[in-house]
Design a protein around this ligand. Structure first.
Ligand SMILES: Cc1ncc(COP(=O)(O)O)c(C=O)c1O
Length: 408
């Protein structure tokens, strides 16, 4: 007889089907608006159908029991839990004064572009990529410079995305900022040390600022290891160097612990000049970053969510394995790119020979599945679909079975 472990009981939690309709859920209650149909299984916007760690719920309930919801101030203990998390999980010693709290990572992308670049400045993005990367540039009237990822065979004969460094070197001549998605949404890559070092070398050569969006850094599978860009950059510079540290990192517990609706994230900005500009910009728009609920959830997540996260990753790994095996066995027309991180599957549907509108309609009308069309993620996303598997394994397998019948 095996012993009953915490992870067994959490597996049970992840298998549980929780009705989300009627909970003001964008993913569920926004189905009709998004897909024009209510009979689709929603596997699009990146939140998960799993109950959050109990410690977060307890902290929220405790706060809800206090009858006054006034303006808030972040306690020092919140900064300490983030510092501890980054040290423990990512071997990165962050200083308290580097941390700037922000109301989410998408607002942070917009904020950095606005605060650290001037109108018409060149900003590099690497499509296919999370689509707010594009709007963060165009919203502020900056110039979008694209350095598309390349899908090619890795040394093991698997198709994998790579960066195009030769073209990046060319793009960088005309740019001020590069927005890196690490790990990468939607293609699921975890960038290797040598890749990040090549990127840093180009940034140094052309004096580029890099904004590293590391929101998915905790959602990495066991076959890969996330490396934070900022400490890697520091490693290669002598401590006496007075060169400004040009990396800004966005981190957040929102994807990791399934609390994106609460909207609290952090920027790690070692460079004091950049930090002052960012804080000044944040002040200028008068936005209130913290509130009674996002503060307690943020702190409880990083302080007490570790075991839940380990169990989550084991569960997601088994779902990815089952889904990839199913797709490879039954869908010769669809090639799945095995993710090294994230709960998102990137499906190469180009062999179906459908244009993007027809592909979208096929998934909605024939397979009854609400996925994110790859074309949304920019150049190189055409003919792909992104499937959110952050739901019970039974739900994922039922969706794939529906797709199998639709393809037949
Ligand atoms: C790369 C990336 N950045 C940012 C976000 C969203 O961040 P937030 O909800 O904090 O604005 C997502 C959500 O999917 C994402 O994938």
């Amino acid at each position: 007889m095996g012993t009953h472990t915490l992870s067994d009981s959490l597996n049970h939690t992840f298998d549980q089907i929780i009705l989300r309709e009627g909970s003001q859920s964008l993913k569920y209650d926004g189905k009709l608006q998004t897909f024009g149909a209510n009979d689709v299984t929603p596997m699009w916007v990146a939140d998960m159908d799993f109950a959050i760690p109990e410690a977060i719920t307890k902290a929220l309930l405790k706060r809800a029991n206090h009858p006054i919801f006034g303006y808030t101030i972040a306690p020092e203990s919140l900064y300490e839990t983030l510092i501890d998390w980054l040290l423990l999980k990512h071997h990165w010693q962050v200083k308290r004064e580097w941390i700037v709290l922000t109301p989410g990572v998408v607002p942070s992308l917009n904020l950095i572009v606005a605060a650290l670049t001037v109108e018409n400045a060149g900003v590099i993005v690497q499509p296919p990529v999370y689509f707010p990367f594009f709007s963060a540039v165009t919203n502020q009237n900056r110039r979008l410079i694209e350095n598309p990822l390349v899908l090619q065979d890795d040394s093991l004969g698997n198709l994998q995305y790579q960066m195009n460094f030769a073209q990046l070197d060319d793009c960088a001549k005309d740019a001020k900022l590069l927005m890196l998605c690490s790990p990468h949404n939607p293609v699921g890559r975890v960038w290797r040390k040598d890749e990040l070092q090549s990127l840093l070398a180009i940034a140094k050569k052309y004096d580029l600022i890099i904004l590293a969006d590391e929101i998915h850094a905790d959602l990495v599978y066991s076959n890969a290891q996330h490396i934070s860009l900022s400490p890697l950059a520091s490693e290669s510079e002598p401590s006496s160097s007075n060169e400004p540290h040009c990396i800004i990192t966005a981190v957040s517990p929102s994807k990791t612990f399934n609390i994106p609706g609460l909207g609290l994230s952090a920027l790690i900005v070692p460079n004091i000049e950049y930090r002052q500009k960012i804080v000044a910009h944040l002040d200028k728009i008068g936005v209130s970053v913290t509130n009674p609920f996002n503060l307690v959830a943020f702190e409880a997540a990083y302080r007490e969510g570790g075991d839940w996260l380990n169990a989550l990753m084991a569960y997601l790994q088994s779902t990815v394995d089952a889904a990839v095996a199913f797709i490879q066995a039954y869908f010769p027309q669809i090639n799945v790119i095995r993710p090294q991180a994230t709960y998102l599957l990137w499906l190469d549907c180009r062999k179906l020979n459908l244009n993007d509108e027809a592909l979208k309609r096929f998934f909605i009308e024939e397979a009854k599945l609400g996925l994110s069309p790859g074309a949304m993620f920019g150049r190189g996303g055409e003919g792909f679909m992104r499937m959110n598997i952050g739901t019970s394994k039974a739900n994922v397998m039922a969706a794939l079975t529906r797709l199998k019948h639709a393809l037949a």
